[in-house]
Design a protein around this ligand. Structure first.
Ligand code: PPE
Length: 308
């Protein structure tokens, strides 16, 4: 495939897509030592706009702080670099992937201790369609409960969006796909519902919305926060709590949230239909509220859009 004529922001400079390379003896290649973000820039009626840019940059810096990783650029510079990268590539709508990684420290400098390796910061953008398939948003996806759990809280910190966490996510995703599902739902080490390989999860029962609280090995999703806010705006009750696996089977509605997945209904879990096996009415209401804001059709009353 021909390489895209796109630019990647690499340590302060916009360079060609094909030139954005690191050494094979970079710390990140061996030890998974990166922290990253994923966000969408939406093509709104008033021009391209990043959804919750400040929150994504804040989470990137939080992830770095957890791993004692000092970023060589301040928040303000990373923020403006994200906007600059979108502009330089001429996108109206795209996915944005900022990443900070422990790089190459030179000959003989590679070991678990990252002290001798510099931190590189990279921002790439590309077009990314519907994460869980073209019909996922309308029809919902069929998913399984994974045989893999999310990591225990005293192993890998789930509040950090770190590269290494995605070794676990890959196991969940590959198992689900090879068994014919679109995604897997992982339980936490105690057996409570945690999240998908790349999404947070919500369920609806008797008009109340439930989602696992932060003590259940979840990534604190920014779409999750947005959906909680929008649901409360709609007058719906939202509880963050422990969720036993079987409550997924008897829920009226279940859906995923994520920057890539947006708000995706789940139609079946382990072949058991969720509710009527289609997108439920509350999921639909939340989708409308969410897509209303990101498309610019509704007023941006929470100040979530940053125009590029
Ligand atoms: N949990 C996990 C494990 C996760 O990776 C994501 C995002 C979320 C929850 C939702 O978080 P937020 O995007 O802030 O609402 N997953 C990203 C990566 C997907 C990928 O395949 O790569 C994303 O959606 O961008």
């Amino acid at each position: 495939m021909e390489s895209p004529k796109l630019k990647i922001w690499f340590n302060g400079k916009l360079i060609n897509w094909d030139d954005a390379k690191i050494h094979v003896l970079s710390h990140v290649v061996h030890y998974g030592s990166s922290v990253f973000e994923g966000m969408r820039c939406y093509d709104t009626k008033r021009g391209p706009a990043c959804f919750r840019l400040a929150e994504h940059v804040n989470r990137l810096f939080d992830s770095a702080k957890i791993y004692r990783m000092a970023l060589p650029f301040p928040k303000a510079e990373v923020t403006s670099a994200i906007l600059e990268t979108i502009r330089a590539n001429g996108f109206r709508g795209c996915y944005v992937r900022p990443i900070a990684l422990r790089g190459y420290g030179g000959y003989g400098k590679l070991s678990v201790n990252p002290a001798d390796c510099p931190v590189d910061v990279v921002i790439a953008v590309w077009e990314w369609g519907k994460y869980l398939g073209p019909e996922a948003l309308e029809k919902g996806v069929s998913v399984c409960t994974s045989s893999w759990n999310r990591m225990a809280p005293n192993t890998l910190p789930s509040l950090a969006k770190a590269g290494g966490n995605y070794m676990n996510a890959q196991l969940i995703k590959m198992e689900a796909l090879s068994d014919g599902y679109a995604e897997g739902i992982a339980l936490d080490p105690q057996g409570y519902v945690s999240e998908g390989s790349g999404e947070n999860i919500f369920l609806v029962k008797n008009g109340v919305i439930y989602t696992p609280s932060s003590g259940h090995s979840i990534l604190p999703g920014i779409t999750r926060h947005s959906v909680i806010t929008l649901a409360r705006d709609l007058g719906l009750r939202v509880e963050q709590r422990s969720i036993p696996r079987e409550s997924l089977y008897i829920a009226d509605e279940v859906f995923f949230t994520g920057s890539a997945a947006e708000v995706t209904p789940i139609s079946a879990i382990d072949h058991i239909p969720v509710g009527e096996g289609a997108c439920g009415p509350i999921t639909k209401q939340i989708q409308e509220a969410f897509f209303g804001i990101v498309s610019g059709e509704h007023e941006d009353r929470h100040g979530w859009l940053t125009f590029v």
